[in-house]
Design a protein around this ligand. Structure first.
Ligand code: ZN
Ligand code: ZN
Length: 216
């Protein structure tokens, strides 16, 4: 079944599920789709001549996706390393000049394209998701925060009134600031009997994820 054939209920379910996870739901889903792609690439498709030709034509992967492949294969040793070795081997002819001129590496990265396509789909899906007030409330209550970049994308979207969403974004940042302050306060020995919540403990990484974004 193709993605486009999935029912909207199923797709909205993906968003509901990811709202429990810290970070930006759009970034997390796009990254997840890219990891799925990497997984199936090294599980079955690596002998696909089109895939290999595109890899070579794009001069390999960009630095961010080289790192993502490393992380994925480290996490999934069951995939083995024959696939990646065969694929990366195709770059050696190109790399002959690597010390003679400044070669482009990953300027046509196929994983960037995969991630950008997924990102577009999930921006549409998320905008649809929060256009319903009950679902918008789900987002409001959740730990997740749409990152700065994706907030801007949603804000400037056509046929979308961002006012309710932006109000929630501001409240989420206010709450995050409170989580910072509580974490710092509870680290004072006078309050050390007060338990630090997971939310407070993760405050710094949640701000980091809001600022950095995973956009390609
Ligand atoms: Zn994002
Ligand atoms: Zn890339």
């Amino acid at each position: 079944m193709k993605k486009s054939e999935f029912s909207s209920e199923y797709l909205f379910g993906l968003i509901t599920e990811i709202l429990d996870k810290k970070g930006c739901p759009i970034c997390n889903l796009s990254k997840g789709a890219t990891h799925d792609y990497i997984d199936s690439l090294f599980y079955e498709n690596v002998n696909d001549p089109v895939e290999r030709a595109n890899f070579e034509k794009g001069h390999g992967y960009c630095p961010r996706h080289l790192q993502m492949v490393e992380d994925h294969l480290n996490l999934h040793p069951e995939l083995g390393i024959l696939g990646v070795t065969v694929l990366y081997h195709d770059l050696f002819n190109y790399l002959e000049d690597v010390f003679d001129e400044e070669l482009k590496i990953g300027d046509g990265c196929t994983l960037c394209k995969v991630e950008e396509d997924a990102e577009k789909r999930y921006i549409d899906l998320f905008a649809n998701y929060i256009s319903d007030s009950r679902r918008l409330e789900e987002y409001e209550k959740s730990i997740s925060i749409v990152c700065r970049d994706h907030s801007w994308v949603l804000k400037s979207r056509k046929n979308f009134d961002p006012s309710a969403f932006l109000k929630i974004q501001r409240e989420k940042i206010d709450q995050l600031k409170k989580d910072f302050e509580e974490f710092i306060r509870k680290n004072d020995y006078r309050y050390s009997n007060e338990k630090i919540t997971q939310r407070e403990g993760q405050a710094w990484i949640r701000l980091s994820e809001f600022l950095k974004s995973n956009r390609t």
